[in-house]
Design a protein around this ligand. Structure first.
Ligand code: IMP
Ligand code: MG
Length: 179
């Protein structure tokens, strides 16, 4: 399948499934050697990162745990605007090495919210693993410790990423065809 249709839009394949899997093997190898001996907790940001996290975690050989968080948006007052809060964390991260697992880091706003809330829990250190990154729209200078692919500023779907809730089940990454 080189093109797919999701709702009203068409998408062209941009990162085939095989390339994604090879990259995840590289990331897992690096984590397994660089974070060996640490008390490791993987913190997966739902929804988009579920597929990446699943394939990555199967390749992790370090004794570690995994937990899943969601960023809930709710409307604040008109002055504070849209507030985002991390929900679902019920284990201690204190003095642990936390690996945040994200599908894509675009502007970095989501990551910034997550990091600020995780730091309060006093982990020993926080590492960031992201399958995808759009460097041209990134507004922060966090180091992404484990990155799959840097990509252009185009809208993509597949491998956990969605358009209006659909397309997450595709095992390759597809880019919007503008028409
Ligand atoms: P950020 O806060 O701008 O870094 O955006 C991060 C979130 O926006 C990701 O976790 C995705 O849910 C979503 N996102 C960013 N770019 C895309 C895309 O190209 N396709 C689908 N979702 C995206
Ligand atoms: Mg996401």
């Amino acid at each position: 399948m080189n093109t797919v249709r999701i709702l009203d839009k068409r998408f062209r394949i941009s990162i085939p499934a095989g390339e994604i899997q090879l990259k995840i093997e590289d990331i897992a190898d690096r984590i397994n050697s660089e974070l060996k001996g640490k008390q490791l907790v993987f913190v997966v940001i739902l929804n988009g990162a579920f597929m990446f996290a699943s394939d990555l975690y199967k390749l992790i050989t370090i004794e570690s745990s995994i937990t899943f968080l969601k960023l809930a948006s709710y409307s604040g007052t008109s002055t504070t605007g849209n507030i985002k809060q991390l929900i679902g964390l019920n284990e201690s991260l204190k003095n642990k090495t936390v690996v945040v697992v994200e599908d894509i880091i675009d502007t970095g706003h989501t990551l910034d919210v997550i990091l600020n809330q995780l730091r309060v829990l006093e982990p020993a250190e926080i590492k960031i693993a992201a399958l995808l990154h759009k460097p041209d729209s990134f507004k922060y200078n966090y180091k992404i410790d484990y990155l799959g692919f840097g990509i252009p500023n185009d809208f993509i779907i597949g491998y956990g990423l969605d358009y209006e809730g659909f397309g997450r089940n595709l095992n390759s990454i597809y880019t919007l065809i503008d028409n």
